[in-house]
Design a protein around this ligand. Structure first.
Ligand code: NAD
Ligand code: ZN
Ligand code: ZN
Length: 381
C-alpha cells in the first residue's frame, strides 16, 4: 500500500509499505478515506518527540471504511464507515473504566504516563497511523464508531481529534456564566476551544496568536476578540488591561511545545532540547488569568520537564487542568451541537491534498503558508 513515511526531521514522503494485517482477534483493518494533519504531527515532523522512528507512518485523525475484522469483533462489519478516535485504548483497564481513555494502561509498554496514540512515535505506543491507504485498528469494538448517516465525512474527520480536543479544552477551563476566557493559539484546537467557550456560558472570548489570517479565522469562526501578540509591547499587561486589571477567569493553552514569543525558551526547547517544550503560551496563560482562575492545557509537551512558572501558579491559587483528549467521551455533546447547527467542524479545513503530496502538505502547514489552518490528505485521490 501507499503510506506517508517519516525519514527524519522535516523529511516525509509517500512510500510503498506492506498492507497491515489482523494481528489480534479484536483488530480491524480500515481503508482510510480522509486523514488530517494535526498540529501534534508538526512536533513529530520537527523532530521534537522522543523515539520517533524513521520508517513510521503518522496520522491520528482519520476516518475510513472497515475492510476486514478479526474473529472476535462484534460491533463492526466489513463496509461500515467509521470514525476512529486518536486514542488507542482497551476500554476495560482501571483508567478506561474511569473515562481516562488517553491514559489507558494496556496499550503502551513504552510509557506509564500517556496511553496509545496512532502514528505518534514509540513513546506513544509505536502504532502506525492513518496517513496511508490502510491502517490497523486495535480494540476495534472500543474506539471506532459508525459515522451517523446525517454527518458529513469532513465533520466526522475533525471529531476524531481537533474538534474533540478544542471542546475538551473549553470544558477543562471550568467556564462559568459570563466568564472571560483567553485562548492562546488560533490553530484548529484553539479555534474550537474559543467557539465552544460560548456554549459553556462565556461572556467574553479572546484569542491570542501572531498570524493574521488565523486571527481573522478566530473572528469569523469563533466570534472572538483577537490580539496579535507581536503587535503589543507585553501581551500579559495587554490582557490584564483588557480585563479590568484583574485578569481573565480562565485561559486555554492551545499552542504547546513549540510556542513562539521567547527567544530563550525557543532555543532551550526546540534547538537544544533541554526542556520538554517551550512553555511560553502556558506561562502567559498563568500570568494573564486572575488569582483563583483556571488554566486548561491542551497544547502538547514532551515527557521531559519544562520551565513553567509553577510558583506563580501556586501563589495565585490557580487550578491547572490538562490531558490528552479522551476523544470518544466528547462525541455525544459535539454531535448535538453539529446537528443543531451550532458547530460546523469542516469550516476549519482549508486544504485538501492527495496522499502523494504529503511533503507539500506538511511544509505548508508547518510554515503556515497559503492561509493554511487545517490540511487533509485524501488517499484515494
Ligand atoms: N491534548 C490533546 O489531546 C491534543 C490534541 C490535539 C492537538 N494537541 C496540541 O494542541 C496544540 C495546537 O494544535 P493545533 O492543531 O491547533 O496546532 P497549530 O500548529 O495549527 O496551531 C498552533 C498555533 O499557535 C500559535 N502560537 C505560537 N506561539 C504562540 C504563543 N506564544 N501564543 C499564542 N499563540 C501562539 C501559532 O501561530 C499557531 O497558529 C499542539 O501543541 C498540539 O500538539 C493536543
Ligand atoms: Zn492531534
Ligand atoms: Zn485501558
Amino acid at each position: 500500500m501507499r503510506a506517508m513515511v517519516y525519514r527524519g526531521p522535516y523529511k516525509v514522503r509517500v512510500e510503498e509499505k506492506p498492507r497491515p494485517r489482523i494481528e489480534h482477534p479484536n483488530d480491524a483493518i480500515v481503508r482510510v478515506g480522509l486523514a488530517a494533519i494535526c498540529g501534534s504531527d508538526l512536533h513529530l515532523y520537527h523532530g521534537m518527540m522522543p523515539d520517533t522512528r524513521v520508517g513510521s507512518t503518522f496520522g491520528h485523525e482519520f476516518i475510513g471504511t472497515v475492510e476486514e475484522v478479526g474473529s472476535s469483533v462484534q460491533h463492526l462489519s466489513v463496509g461500515d464507515r467509521v470514525m476512529v478516535p486518536f486514542n488507542v485504548y482497551c476500554g476495560s483497564c482501571y483508567f478506561c473504566a474511569r473515562g481516562l481513555y488517553a491514559n489507558c494502561h494496556n496499550v503502551n509498554p513504552n510509557a506509564t504516563a500517556v496511553g496509545g496514540i496512532y502514528g505518534y512515535s514509540h513513546t506513544c505506543g509505536g502504532y502506525d497511523g492513518g496517513q496511508a491507504e490502510y491502517v490497523r485498528v486495535p480494540f476495534a469494538d472500543v474506539g471506532p464508531t459508525v459515522i451517523p448517516e446525517w454527518l458529513d465525512e469532513e465533520d466526522a474527520l475533525l471529531l476524531t481529534d481537533a474538534v474533540a480536543t478544542g471542546y475538551f479544552g473549553a470544558q477543562l477551563a471550568d467556564i462559568g456564566e459570563g466568564d472571560t476566557v483567553v485562548v492562546f493559539g488560533a490553530g484548529p484546537v484553539g479555534l474550537t476551544a474559543a467557539k465552544c467557550a460560548w456554549f459553556m456560558g462565556a461572556g467574553r472570548v479572546l484569542v491570542v496568536d501572531h498570524i493574521g489570517y488565523r486571527l481573522e479565522k478566530a473572528r469569523t469562526f469563533a466570534h472572538a476578540e483577537t490580539v496579535n501578540f507581536a503587535e503589543v509591547d507585553d501581551i500579559v499587561v495587554h490582557l490584564k488591561r483588557a480585563t479590568d486589571g484583574l485578569g481573565a477567569d480562565a485561559a486555554v493553552d492551545a499552542v504547546g511545545a513549540e510556542a513562539d514569543g521567547s527567544f530563550l525558551q525557543h532555543v532551550t526547547a526546540a534547538k537544544l532540547k533541554l526542556q520538554g517544550g517551550s512553555p511560553v503560551a502556558l506561562n502567559w496563560a498563568i500570568d494573564s488569568v486572575r488569582k483563583g482562575g483556571t488554566v486548561s492545557v491542551m497544547g502538547a509537551y514532551g515527557p521531559m520537564f519544562s520551565a513553567v512558572k509553577f510558583g506563580d501558579a501556586l501563589n495565585k491559587g490557580l487550578t491547572l487542568r490538562m490531558n490528552q483528549c479522551h476523544v470518544k467521551r466528547q462525541w455525544p455533546r459535539l454531535l448535538e451541537h453539529i446537528q443543531n447547527g451550532y458547530l460546523k467542524p469542516s469550516e476549519l479545513i482549508t486544504h485538501r491534498f492527495p496522499l502523494e503530496h504529503v511533503a507539500e502538505a506538511y511544509h505548508l502547514f508547518s510554515r503556515k503558508l497559503d492561509g493554511c489552518v487545517k490540511p487533509v490528505l485524501v488517499p484515494s485521490a
